[in-house]
Design a protein around this ligand. Structure first.
Ligand code: SAM
Length: 334
């Protein structure tokens, strides 16, 4: 075990192909669970190479399924790979891989949404936030319905430096629907610019590193996929609480085709909307006639700082929800 931890040249012995594993263990994809598998090991090798140097790394793979990416990670000379898989049908196939890579693969039959990775790897891996990233990586090809809420949860963890980021600036390499990958990495002014772009880019360096055509998956999904690499920034580009940033960004994109003052106005009760929106934009020095997609992360930083100042002056402001106000109004009318 100790020897294998320092050896970067480990290769798995010859094994049945992923296609054979699927047949052997009757692992037909379950449509309701959006399962699509990668069978081509050259492609999974490419994804893993793009994740960065994994020699002696501790890797957390989410949703290994029949184990294509898992094999490539093991062949990259990692110290340890921990996989969390929700569907019990995959466990025997993964166990076969574990037998072929003694001491390297830990299998958890569980749910990534609740699994606590912060306790799973040795304490000694922890790095100061300002240091280089720790030798801990997250890699995964999850169903799209899981990967988007999960990235929001992990971005919040980045902002609190907890969860997988209790080790430091843990890097992530994750697969998304191509459109989501484009949104995550969209630059100011581009068509795909959205709430996700700001939330990811204010906390991380985000790179769209690979596009995977739908045909590469079995069964073929309706859309292509994009692989995105995230490295948390030493200093977030907006230094305000995650929930406050989320609130400002969410409201700004409320009416994405209109001028930004329209969406931002929804941060304030109707009676003071005009005046407060004017104050916010003036404090932040942001042109009210910019569209939400034209706002840079720096614009959002100014908006969040200004909104924070206004919330400090009026402690009720942060709890305001325009939907609640609308609901109460329509109840009164009713
Ligand atoms: N990684 C494999 C590949 O690339 O071939 C499988 C990909 S398939 C799109 C997604 C995998 O994630 C499935 O094996 C599915 O059972 C698993 N999964 C889905 N939701 C999960 C969850 N909440 N926790 C853990 N695994 C999950």
């Amino acid at each position: 075990m100790a020897a294998s931890r320092t050896l970067g040249t480990f290769r798995l012995p010859p094994l049945p192909t992923i296609r054979e594993i699927i047949k052997l263990f009757r692992l037909q994809a379950v449509k309701q669970l959006s399962q699509n598998f990668l069978l081509d090991l050259r492609l999974t090798d490419k994804i893993v190479r793009k994740a960065g140097g994994l020699t002696n790394a501790y890797v957390y793979e989410v949703g290994p399924g029949p184990g294509g990416i898992t094999r490539s990670i093991l062949n990259a000379g990692v110290a340890e790979l921990l996989v969390v898989e929700k569907d019990g049908r995959f466990i025997p196939g993964l166990q076969m891989l574990s037998d072929a890579a003694p001491g390297k693969l830990r299998i958890v039959h569980g749910d990534v949404l609740t699994f606590k990775i912060e306790r799973a790897f040795p304490e000694s891996l922890k790095r100061q936030w300002e240091d280089d990233p720790p030798n801990v990586h997250i890699i995964g090809n999850l169903p799209f319905s899981v990967s988007t809420p999960l990235i929001i949860k992990w971005l919040e963890n980045v902002s609190h430096r907890n969860g997988p980021f209790a080790y430091g600036r843990t890097q992530m390499t994750l697969t998304f629907q191509k459109e989501v990958a484009e949104r995550l990495t969209a630059s100011t002014g581009s068509k795909q610019r959205s709430r996700l772009s700001i939330m990811a880019q204010y906390l991380c360096d985000v790179q769209h590193i690979l596009t995977i055509p739908g045909q590469a998956f079995i069964p073929k999904p309706e859309v292509d996929s994009g692989v995105v690499h995230f490295t948390p920034l030493t200093r977030p580009r907006i230094e305000q609480p995650f929930r406050l940033v989320e609130r400002v960004v969410q409201n700004a994109f409320q009416f994405r085709r209109k001028y930004c003052y329209r969406g931002l106005g929804m941060l304030f009760p109707e009676a003071q909307r005009l005046e407060s929106t004017g104050k916010l934009l003036q404090l932040a020095d942001v042109d009210p006639t910019l569209r939400p997609t034209q706002l840079s992360v720096l614009h959002f930083k100014s908006l969040c700082d200004a909104y924070r100042k206004m919330c400090d002056e009026d402690p009720h402001l942060f709890a305001y929800n325009f939907r609640e106000e609308l609901k109460q109004k329509s109840e009164k009318r009713g």
